[in-house]
Design a protein around this ligand. Structure first.
Ligand SMILES: [Zn+2]
Length: 391
């Protein structure tokens, strides 16, 4: 099947051009160029008039928890969690991303590899959903952030960390998640507590990279962030404390920052429903975050879009909202759209998505307005394609 999108404003992941044409053949993009110079095959294809509209690569959400629904009582939901229930929830939640124009997600922690298998079922065409990359279970220290919920496993010592990385990869993990500091949603541990030794971090990174898998480090406090950056992780998730030194080192190393503002706002904007310990920690983290975000953007650190969907009041399909928050806190809409598309593909090591170019998979979103002019336009996709098929 061939589809030709005619005379559209194109944000290709890197630049914006007007009066473009995009030809889709099967699951891939066959041709991109000036509409006036469209090849003969475009005339034979089923046409879609893109006049006045904007076409973008499908969005990439680099941080979700498909097994969790975004309920106020995160710990209560986790208590009732089993891998089969996780798979059912992930099946339902995955679709919400696709409807929001998100064609690729990365799951950074769920029980028993359930989200890895949901990703396989989507790849096999059993169920509809975005492309799911998944870390399996996150790795945390004994008593560390997430130990009380079903998304992390406790592991201590460099050898044990290395073995856990191998086990997650054997199960099908396409990324590794390490919990390098305390967290907002775990009682009894400060959000900025530094977890894992230098040797443990080095073992995780060395092993994951030898399998070609990126490492995502959950890190809130400055010491934990710097330790993870120096250990060579690929992305810092949350990254709420950005000192001038951290900004410099992340920029130099090309470490990605995933600020997960939806997670923070979900907690601090709902103080009556979210447990008090989480609200208190969330407020302290937010106080540091605004300045950190501005500093990180100014320093030119590479950003990606990560919602942390599944945490309290943070429903699935919120990537457009995350992009809007990133802009609200001092990023241009253009930089936010890059973060949500091309940068995400680069971080996830998926050169076949995140850009509208000949040869890439046809993951596309058509918008009525241009999100590069006004980021709120990203919340209203008119049409979504994943691998060339209308979603
Ligand atoms: Zn998370």
């Amino acid at each position: 099947m061939q589809t030709y999108i005619a005379n559209v404003t194109l944000f290709d992941g890197r630049t914006v051009r007007t009066k473009q044409g995009v030809l889709v053949q099967g699951e891939r993009i066959a041709w991109v160029g000036a509409h006036a110079r469209a090849p003969g095959a475009a005339k034979a294809a089923r046409g879609l008039d893109g006049t006045g509209r904007t076409l973008s690569p499908g969005l990439i959400d680099c941080h979700v928890h498909l097994a969790f629904d975004g309920l106020a009582d995160f710990a209560g939901e986790a208590e009732r969690m089993t891998p089969p229930l996780a798979a059912v929830k992930a099946t339902v939640n995955a679709r919400k991303h696709l409807a929001a124009g998100v064609t690729t997600v990365r799951d950074l922690g769920g029980p028993g590899g359930a989200c890895i298998d949901v990703g396989r079922a989507i790849d096999d065409g059993v169920i509809a959903g975005p492309r799911v990359l998944a870390a399996g279970c996150a790795l945390t220290i004994t008593g560390g952030h997430g130990h009380n919920v079903a998304f992390a496993r406790e592991v201590d010592g460099a050898d044990a960390v290395r073995k856990a990385v191998r086990e997650e990869i054997k199960r099908g993990a396409t990324a590794i998640k390490i919990v390098a500091t305390g967290g907002v949603l775990t009682p009894g541990i400060g959000a900025t507590f530094t977890a894992f030794t230098r040797e443990e971090l080095a073992a995780a990174v060395d092993e994951a990279h030898s399998w070609g898998r990126p490492v995502a480090a959950h890190a809130i406090g400055a010491e934990g962030i710097l330790g993870a950056v120096r250990a060579g992780v690929d992305s810092i998730e949350h990254c709420n404390h950005v000192s001038p030194q951290i900004a410099r080192e992340m920029k130099e190393r090309g470490t990605y920052r995933s600020p997960t503002l939806c997670a923070l706002r979900g907690i601090v904007d709902n103080p009556k429903q979210v447990p008090a310990y989480a609200v208190e920690k969330g407020r302290a983290v937010e106080a540091a975050s605004r300045e950190s975000h501005a500093r990180a953007v100014k320093a030119g650190i590479l950003h990606v879009c990560g919602t942390d969907a599944g945490t309290p009041f943070n429903p699935h399909g919120s990537a457009p909202k995350e992009l809007a928050y990133m802009v609200e806190w001092g990023m241009t809409p253009f930089a936010a759209m890059r973060a949500g598309t091309a940068n995400g593909a680069d971080l996830l090591r998926r050169p076949d998505v995140g850009r509208v170019e000949a040869g890439k998979l046809a993951d596309l979103v058509l918008y009525a307005e241009n999100p590069v002019d006004d980021i709120t336009a990203a919340a209203k996709p008119l049409k979504v394609w994943k691998s060339g098929r209308p979603a």
